[in-house]
Design a protein around this ligand. Structure first.
Ligand code: SAH
Ligand code: SF4
Length: 430
């Protein structure tokens, strides 16, 4: 979501005639922040501190900070007091005001702060500068109503607001006209799509509509909440040819006691039933999830339940996070007796278990022919191409000129933990 916001910021700046530059030559340096975990916040402060020297040498340089971290009063206060070389601070709800803020910053010499505390209307038609031409993120809804007890997102991104179906479809049609092949539909909980619009249509219906758009060959989406994912969506994934065999379904913790304290509103058993249903209905589906280690009150026994889910489901990929206390969330008030070392030890156990599972699942790709969207040349070896399978695996491969942006069949000949190597066989015929 944040990365997509950055594409919008880049789009606004591009429309104003600004171009990307290396740090030392830039006239504007803008940080788009994230406050979901503490580590990212610390990096922002580190980066801002490091800019002081440059700002002193180039007083006309404009330093701006935006994003969800700025929706928290204490973060804004900290910047105002300790990082006085920052010129503009703005939040997540008023990206569209950037041109006006920049113009004011050129003339006014004090720090401009523009934070909207409540979400306004959805602003359509903000220009987007995408790094890649062949695939695109498309936001279908903003905000979140779930208030998982550890999570800052609902506090900084506001309540759920869905874009109108016609606006989503119009954007995707225009992407397709420009050569885009793959779209990822974005929302904090895509299964709540449309509830605020008082209409019959739900998320699965939107997916079906996107499936009809000519030129689009692949559809992905994130994130689904296990309490809300419906059988209808699973059948839609199964039945719509363009929907990729990939499902990201975060379970966060395996222990029912911890899930309750997290306010996730499902049990381990309910989660397993849903994910096994997806596995059964969607042949070859690749599964991924998010896990939090060391939530307040999590004992080693509770943690065992998380390991148990990993062993039973066999996810292709697990995004693992050590619990990070976020001021303003209800979990921040819970007693947390386990040490950072304890949390870290369990984190390492997760990594070890999952590495084995991911490797085992990747091994099954050996000698198989898979469909890959050729996205560009490989960073490590520019003589090769790179792309992803429908299941989301990165494949580096040898191929022929002119295939970038096309779907090709690739035979896998080498397996690594985080990517696969292969050789192109032919172009996919549609
Ligand atoms: N809306 C999505 C994802 C939100 S944030 C969902 O509900 O799944 C992405 C991930 O960050 C979460 O799934 C969670 O695993 C992690 N996360 C969020 N808050 C966290 C915190 N306080 N500490 C550690 N991890 C956190
Ligand atoms: Fe955060 Fe939960 Fe909303 Fe996801 S569903 S954004 S984890 S509150």
């Amino acid at each position: 979501m944040n990365a997509h916001d950055s594409e919008k910021i880049a789009g606004i700046l591009d429309t104003m005639g600004l171009r990307a530059a290396v740090k030392e030559q830039a006239d504007i340096i803008l940080f788009n922040t994230c406050c979901v975990r503490e580590h990212a916040e610390k990096r922002v402060f580190g980066n801002l501190g490091a800019l002081l020297k440059l700002k002193t040498e180039k007083p006309n340089l404009i330093v701006a900070v935006c994003g969800c971290m700025m929706q928290q009063e204490h973060a804004v206060e900290m910047i105002r007091k300790k990082y006085r070389h920052v010129d503009i601070i703005f939040g997540t709800h008023n990206l569209y005001k950037l041109p006006e803020l920049l113009e004011r910053a050129i003339n006014e010499k004090h720090t401009l702060i523009d934070i909207m505390n409540t979400e306004g209307m959805i602003i359509e038609d903000i220009p987007v500068l995408r790094e890649e031409k062949f695939k695109a993120w498309v936001t279908i809804m903003y905000g979140c109503n779930n208030f998982c007890s550890y999570c800052i997102v609902p506090h900084v991104r506001g309540r759920e607001r869905s874009r109108k179906p016609e606006d989503i479809i119009r954007e995707i049609e225009s992407l397709a006209e420009d050569g885009c092949k793959e779209v990822t539909l974005l929302g904090q909980n895509v299964n709540s799509y449309g509830k605020d619009l008082n209409m019959e249509m739900d998320f699965a219906d939107i997916v079906r509509m996107v499936n009809e758009i000519e030129g689009i060959e692949r559809i992905r989406f994130m994130t689904s909440h296990p309490k809300d994912i419906s059988d209808k969506l699973i059948y839609t994934m199964r039945d719509c040819k363009k929907v990729c065999e990939q499902l990201h379904l975060p379970f966060q913790a395996g222990s029912n006691k911890i899930l309750k304290r997290m306010n996730r509103k499902y049990t381990k058993e309910e989660y397993l039933n849903k994910i096994f249903k997806a596995k059964q209905e969607i042949p070859g589906v690749a599964l991924s999830t998010d896990v939090i280690v060391g939530f307040p009150g999590e004992t080693d026994e509770d943690f065992e339940e998380t390991l148990d889910v990993l062993r039973r489901v066999e996810f292709d990929q697990v995004f693992m996070f050590i619990y990070s206390r976020r001021i303003g969330t209800s979990a921040a008030e819970m007693e947390d007796t386990s040490s950072y070392e304890d949390k870290h030890r369990n984190f390492e156990k997760l990594v070890e278990l999952q590495n084995g599972i991911s490797k085992k699942l990747n091994d099954e790709y050996m000698d198989k022919i898979v469909e890959v969207l050729a996205e560009g040349s490989s960073k490590n070896d520019p003589s090769k191409f790179t792309g992803r399978t429908r299941t989301g695996k990165v494949v580096n491969f040898t191929g022929t000129d002119g295939i970038i942006g096309k779907l090709v069949n690739v035979k896998i000949n080498e397996i690594h933990s985080w990517f696969l190597n292969g050789q192109m066989v032919d172009e996919v015929k549609k």
